[in-house]
Design a protein around this ligand. Structure first.
Ligand code: SF4
Ligand code: SF4
Length: 99
């Protein structure tokens, strides 16, 4: 299950940098979570880090996105692989620029 940010968010910006999956972004009015990228922090931390740091406790579970622990772990692994591939591509581009 992903998490979601409710409209009591005060835009304090402390949750965005703690997300291991870059799932949190500044929306039009408040911060938002991309459910495709949120793993409940499974694969990284014991507890959802955004919930831990939010000063106004405005990040509940999102019932619309039900996922099992196994699904979340697989999602976390896939996201990590995608990030690794992107990093590799970036390094390759840097090497080509340096030549
Ligand atoms: S629960 Fe974890 S992965 Fe999901 S948005 Fe919060 S910090 Fe990011
Ligand atoms: S930590 Fe909470 S209040 Fe601050 S931006 Fe994130 S969701 Fe909003």
């Amino acid at each position: 299950m992903a998490l979601k940010i409710t409209d009591t968010c005060i835009n304090c910006d402390v949750c965005e940098p703690v997300c291991p999956n870059d799932a949190i972004y500044e929306g039009e009015l408040i911060y938002e979570i991309d459910p495709k990228l949120c793993t409940e922090c499974v694969g990284h931390f014991d507890k959802p880090q955004c919930q831990v740091v939010c000063p106004v406790e405005c990040i509940p579970w999102d019932d619309d996105y039900q996922e099992t622990q196994e699904e979340l772990m697989a999602k976390s692994k896939r996201l990590q692989e995608e990030r690794d591939a992107q990093d590799k591509e970036h390094d390759k581009e840097q090497d080509e620029d340096d030549d």
